[in-house]
Ligand binder design. Structure first.
Ligand code: UDP
Length: 402
């Protein structure tokens, strides 16, 4: 019986607004899961850093513990790596002071995985790890001008994979990547896809959504939602869209999100400069709180996700839950999140012409668009947080002590 779990999330808090900086799908994942677990009577303590030291009871049973340590502000991952030991000590001291006895430690991302290994040693609590992204997998398809993952990250990932009781992959593709790139032991590999909150992400009136968001009422709308950085392929989305503008008059491309990662600011500046020639046809909006994104999905005609690497791609699942077809890269978790030809179209590679062709089909063939929209809703039903929590509780039970 799992009664109490500690989630480790050093580099970003589940309470941060996703869509820029370090905040994205992982924050949503931890927040949604912690709420669902707490609803099942499991006490979840999420340990993080960055904000003012203290504890926040988010909902009964779900608490965020902010430990003051390490570099100020966002820190940067290299500086945070040096502070992993301090973080682990901080968690251990907090647990002793609060007489908190955990059944499971669940780390998120490599930095927290490393802290988890240290805590697993001193607290003797079984460790589960979700990486959310993996250095070697990102490197395999990164854009040529992107910096490769550092050696420290690669070694830490390998070590955490070797030591964790359970390595949780989002999809069978990620599980296969863990074996191929890190020689993970298949016996300790488990697959558990993330979910969607269907009470928030559900179909609705396109017209009303556009009015509520002050978006043009007429014309096709292509949506890109998420962190703006080379990994997510916003450059591919823009280039593809620019090839369509003559054929789909009145069409617009809407970016919702902000810069992320070391090359984020540069990428956004480049994107804005390239978008200038298309004038009002390209709209940039800053990140919005998670639940507000549902209106954007309802307002759009298609979501474009040309990521170079993606462990799952929550935006694809959320958009489909709102009945929005998805044009996505046939890579990583997106191959599972999107049913090719049924809920959207998967594109091989990152050639803008191929994305333009797929977007053109969705935007100019109403029968296809309607069929994909219906398929999108069906596809999204496969993902829910209660199902994710059930699966994880089963996995935790498999590695927890008696
Ligand atoms: N998101 C958000 N507000 C925004 C843009 C994105 O809440 O303005 C959320 C989005 O709903 C999704 C997450 O950020 O849940 C992004 O997750 P995804 O798996 O697509 O990408 P990641 O950030 O993990 O790379």
């Amino acid at each position: 019986m799992i009664r109490r779990v500690a989630y480790l999330s050093i580099h970003t808090s589940p309470l941060a607004v996703p869509g820029s900086g370090d905040a994205g799908g992982m924050n949503v994942y931890i927040h949604e899961l912690a709420q669902t677990m707490a609803g099942r009577g499991v006490q979840v303590d999420v340990f993080t850093r960055g904000g003012a030291a203290g504890e926040i009871e988010v909902t009964p049973g779900y608490r965020v513990v902010n430990l003051a340590f390490g570099p100020p502000g966002d820190g940067g991952h290299d500086a945070l790596a040096e502070a992993v030991g301090d973080f682990a000590e901080g968690v251990a001291r907090w647990a002793v002071r609060h007489r908190a006895s955990y059944d499971i430690l669940h780390s998120h991302y490599w930095l927290s995985g490393w802290a988890g290994v240290l805590l697993h040693e001193v607290l003797r609590v079984p460790l589960a790890i979700s990486f959310h992204t993996l250095g070697r997998v990102k490197d395999a398809t990164r854009r040529a001008d992107q910096a490769p993952a550092g050696l420290l990250r690669l070694v830490a990932e390998t070590e955490v994979i070797a030591r964790a009781g359970c390595v949780i992959a989002s999809t069978p593709t990620e599980a296969a990547q863990l074996i191929e790139h890190y020689a993970a032991n298949p016996e300790r590999l488990c697959v558990s896809p993330p979910g969607v909150d269907h009470r928030v992400f559900s179909p609705g009136s396109r017209r009303e959504a556009r009015r509520a968001l002050s978006l043009p009422g007429e014309g096709a709308l292509v949506l890109f939602a998420g962190r703006l950085q080379p990994l997510k392929g916003p450059d591919v989305a823009l280039e593809a869209f620019s090839r369509l503008v003559e054929e789909v008059p009145g069409a617009r491309l809407l970016f919702v999100g902000g810069p992320s990662g070391t090359q984020g600011e540069e990428e956004v500046a480049r994107l804005r400069a390239a978008a200038a020639r298309l004038g009002e046809r390209v709209i940039f909006r800053p990140p919005v709180p998670h639940r507000h994104l549902a209106q954007y999905y309802r307002a759009a005609d298609v979501l474009v996700v040309p990521s170079r690497s993606e462990s799952f791609g929550l935006v694809a699942a959320e958009a489909q839950a709102c009945g929005l077809p998805v044009v996505a890269a046939s890579v990583g978790g997106l191959e599972h999140a999107v049913a090719d030809g049924e809920s959207g179209l998967l594109v091989t590679g990152w050639d803008a012409a191929d994305y333009a062709a797929a977007l053109r089909l969705v935007l100019t063939e109403p029968d296809l668009a309607a069929r994909l929209a219906a398929g999108a809703r069906l596809q999204a039903e496969r993902f829910s947080w209660p199902a994710t929590a059930d699966r994880l509780l089963e996995l935790y039970g498999g590695i927890a002590g008696p």
